[in-house]
Design a binder for this molecule. Sequence first.
Ligand code: C2O
Ligand code: CU
Ligand code: CU
Length: 498
Amino acid sequence: MALSPTQSRRAFLLGSTAAAFSLWIPTHALAGLAFDTPVAIQPIDNGTVVDGVREYSLNLRSGTTEFFNGQQTKTMGINGSYLAPVLRMRAGETVKLNVKNDLAVPSTLHWHGLNVPAKADGGPHQVIAAGERWSPEFKIHEVASTMWYHSHLMHETALQVWAGLAGMIIIDDDVSDGLDLPSTYGVNDIPLVLQDRRFNRYGSMPYEASMHDEMAGMSGNVPLINGTVLPYFNVSTNRLRLRLLNGANASIYNLAFSDSRSFVQIASDGGLLVAPVAMSELLLAPGERAEIIVEFSADDKVVLESVGLTNRSHGGQGMGGRMMMAEQNPQFELIEFRANDALQTSSSIPETLAILPDVLASNATHTREFLLEMPGMGPLRMLGLGGGFTINGSSMDMQRVDEVVKIGDVEIWEITNAGPMIHPFHIHNTQFRIIDRDGQPPAANEAGLKDTVVVHPGEVVRLLVRFDNYTDPERPYMYHCHILEHEDAGMMGQFTVV
Ligand code: C2O
Ligand code: CU
Ligand code: CU
């Protein structure tokens, strides 16, 4: 099977990717084509409450998916052939995820953004062998938010997420219920999993990473929105809430509408912002989520695009002097919104959303430094010399715990990017706050709850971090770059909470 880790590794080792290169659909393959497929909206899975615990059944499967008419490609999915149901949960309740691995290979399922016991985290240490079951149970400590879940198998996360093992989680609470936000799922509350894949002329998307891809991250020539190629959405209300998830392996999307219309961001990774933030461009890196509200007039036709990096998207600091890899920021048309000739009216956007504590760096009792580097790139790497991706000089080692943190301690994590690429830094088991970027306070849309943060080349980002609720001296959680090829190549470390 084209997607088995062994075979794709073998293809890589034998250098047969060179052949695959020539089969790629050129980047402009979709340019000028019409958006002619309604976007897939993954079904909501509310689980079933058994003795006060909300239980879900999740089956990891391999299958085939038809992304292009009449062309089947091998994929993986959860309760389906590609991607997964949207798990809907409520703050404060206890959930149990009954996971069965029906793949022919091992896997894991990680609950990205959630504060859970280490043994329930679904990282590289919670491997589910082929044919086996795993049933973690935990309380939902989070507020209303858009989270996600995905495979996190050591060295294979990139391949398995590429194949399709990822889905969205929506958490509700009383605060969000009390706000008059668009909340009719699939009508004016829309999940959008943004990805791109590299298709060949046969309509397949095998994971075949060249040496360059392992460095730059795997990006594709075809955007997939909820797994749909060239999708459109029929707009029937004058305001839409879009729950955006960057589920790509490596691409950092700078999102904007084709007519440059402004929109408001209402939530970041971990939940609602203090107040809506008006914007016209939104930078969203792998792992990050954002909820936005967009207004429509009757008969509108507008395309959500990834426009590539601009000065504005760079935290207002300009790009001068910083080496950038344009390849990290592709330009794509993603999805077309087509408004009906008469639109239902949604209520207006609330002026205030959530109450968040002030970010007081002075409360911190420890500072930890994390230096992200890409040593041995270029000629040395070509010769197989030098480590590829490190944090504080080391590549990930499952036997080594890098940091030990005390439960409840307030800490400053200072992330320095010494390399030439953007790294989205993610910490498991917590929602943190950004203190500053190069000494400057974060933009308003980054001032809320976050679990993944873009760190630009040369930048130092300070985070206010705390881990609550669970200790486990044995089992670690992960922190890592969310470019999955970087994570798999070693830009990941482990910490325990004691
Ligand atoms: Cu999105 Cu370590 O995960
Ligand atoms: Cu995570
Ligand atoms: Cu990275």
